[in-house]
Design a protein around this ligand. Sequence first.
Ligand code: FAD
Length: 543
Amino acid sequence: MLRLNEVQLPLDHPEDALHAAILERLGIAAEEMLGYTIFRRSYDARKKSAVILTYTVDVELRDESAVLKRRTGDRNVMTTPDTNYRFVAQAPGQLKSRPVVIGTGPCGLFAGLILAQMGFNPIILERGKAVRERTKDTWGLWRKRELQPESNVQFGEGGAGTFSDGKLWTQIKDPKHYGRKVLTEFVKADAPEEIMYVSKPHIGTFRLVKMVEQMRATIEALGGEFRFQQKVDDIAIKSENGQGQVQAVVLASGETIVTDHVVLAIGHSARDTFQMLYERGVYIEAKPFSLGFRIEHPQSLIDRCRFGPSAGHPILGAADYKLVHHCESDQARGRAVYSFCMCPGGTVVAATSEPGRVVTNGMSQYSRNERNANSGIVVGITPADYPGHPLAGIAFQQQWESRAFELGGGTYDAPGQLVGDFIAGRASTTLGSVIPSYKPGVLLGDLSTSLPDYAIAAIREALPAFDKQIRGFAMHDAVLTGVETRTSSPIRIKRHDDSLQSLNTTGLFPAGEGAGYAGGIMSAAIDGIRVAEAVALSILSKN
Ligand code: FAD
């Protein structure tokens, strides 16, 4: 197979134009090409009146070496790299103990899947409920203001990304092509095929729910075992000369599962579990994260600005954006404000896992056809903003989440303000043209005391700057709701670079977003694969 990059065609090209463009670029006759597949399709909308599609294709040829020879020196023509996933190990017939995976988010699911595919029969523990029951509980907060602390947007089968936009791209380096393995498994679990080649794939909530169930069935068929509503409350660690060794996990029910290999894929909201790990002496340090608000605009405004006359084209879908501003004002100098987890045509969701707190985030369906675009507008903060204890960032998040609950009227409504009023420094009393989508509801008022002063100053400075990139971004009627605090983990559970085991606890594999090693579905899933491999190799070395 031969890979050909940078085949460019206009947005509305006829179907056979790609075939013709490949022949032309390779300088070959039609009978020399046996077939082709699209590896990647992206768009360039910088010139809105002439949006360009750029393809990378894998071409099957009658005589590949002859074409390669003729194209020597053309950096866009090469042998297709081998991106197939290969297992690093196979389980022995007899295992001393089964590996345990804590958490069924993308990290835990992929750790479980890879371990099961290698024959290691993992036990996968999840504090929340199976995804169908979890969906009902999650809607319970959105519709009836009833929060289930163990079954919500953060906790339960599928993890934090289940009720999401399901964006699947990541900027992490992936030299071993684990991302391909993730996409391939998602497609096997019924994700749309196009995620294999579109440059910014997404899945949307309804589909994710089915996929999570499908992946569970696959893991179980391979010998893995899922246990829901089984919160890990404690970890037994034997310590010698400052180094610990995992011996067992203890469930909230009191049951003990003996194991010497534990994947800790608990996400960024398992605050009680972070506390327990800290008390058991597992090495943890504070790390930077971000906080801010969700912003909502009409999706049509974003589409027009990004795509001009091509807005609404089915290939382009609902437009997204990515914005960054580096602050210069006295109160916020040196801080960066950026858009986070942008959800085109989506809704803002109530994402708290704790009673008496309000947290925002965003989700969408595959169609992305809701009226509003939303994204987090967040300010980067560092441990210097919440000094002291390694877990101080958690208390800091909780402080602002409680404040948001209070400002929202104490009913799980989110406090909100129109962008025009926020910038002018006056409370909002009535909505304008943008109707916020957050459920159960939004209580309009003044957000200026809902975050630290420097964060308010930073966002006030950033919004007009963003308006220069997307005209209308700082429109008066756009709505801010708060607060967005669960952007990433406020801690890192540090691990060795090679063995991926905790710095001071052998057999404990901190992984995914909660441990500070991922940020998003794709990177968490990839980290799950890496950790599963490390677990398998460690088991083999001891067996
Ligand atoms: P999680 O997905 O958080 O999973 C951790 C799991 O561990 C949870 O199921 C939890 O219940 C379980 N657990 C925790 N403690 C215990 C315990 N003690 N015992 C047993 N089980 C435990 N990312 C994207 O890339 N694209 C998006 O579009 C996107 N949208 C999002 C929308 C929303 C509303 C939210 C909340 C997040 C979104 N994210 C998105 C972020 C993404 O979901 C996370 O980065 C990802 O889920 C992290 O994966 P993880 O497996 O590390 O942790």
